[in-house]
Ligand binder design. Structure first.
Ligand SMILES: O=Nc1c(NC[C@H](O)[C@H](O)[C@H](O)CO)[nH]c(=O)[nH]c1=O
Length: 162
């Protein structure tokens, strides 16, 4: 899968010295659960990040992700090497999806560029449940994007470590 090769190109990263925060929404919990599990499993088993250095917090929905990531970065005084924001936006019958998705995406990007902490974009923007579950590794031919976000967090956490 080119996504995996693209993210994991380069040397094997040692995440044992990293401290990573994961902020996840609770909306669409059936998809959030495998994404979160896949992400943590990859951090620990593949990159050696210590479980005591993985801080996991939840927020009601994706709309709350940027604000809480900012709070953790500010409260942590730069002690997180990376923050992973996980959310699942599923298009409904209204324009709600577009308004949330657009704002959340740019807010997370701004947070990443305005602070010295890499903010990994772990928000699925999909049209239906089936698309969401496949991207959480559930179902035939699925791939768990939570694993990719873990790889990106470790790489960027190491590259920005002072
Ligand atoms: O509407 N759909 C979704 C959603 N709405 C709630 C929103 O993020 C926020 O929590 C509330 O508006 C309160 O501020 N949040 C999601 O993560 N996924 C969705 O698919």
């Amino acid at each position: 899968d080119s996504t995996i090769k693209g993210i994991e190109a380069g040397e094997k990263y040692d995440g044992s010295g990293l401290r990573i925060a994961i902020v996840h929404a609770r909306w669409n919990a059936a998809v959030i659960k495998p994404l979160l599990e896949g992400c943590v499993r990859k951090l620990v088993n593949e990159y050696g990040v210590k479980t005591k250095n993985i801080i996991i917090e939840s927020v009601p929905g994706s709309w709350e992700l940027p604000g809480h990531c900012q709070t953790l970065i500010r409260k942590g005084y730069g002690s997180y090497n990376a923050v992973i924001a996980i959310g699942v936006l599923i298009k409904g019958k209204t324009m709600h999806f577009e308004y949330i998705s657009e704002q959340v995406s740019s807010a997370l990007m701004n947070l990443s560029t305005e602070t010295s902490t890499p903010v990994i974009y772990g928000v699925l923007n999909v049209l239906n449940d089936e698309q969401a579950l496949l991207r959480a590794g559930v179902g035939e031919g699925g791939h768990n994007h939570g694993e990719d976000w873990a790889a990106a967090a470790v790489e960027m956490g190491i590259k920005t470590k002072v």
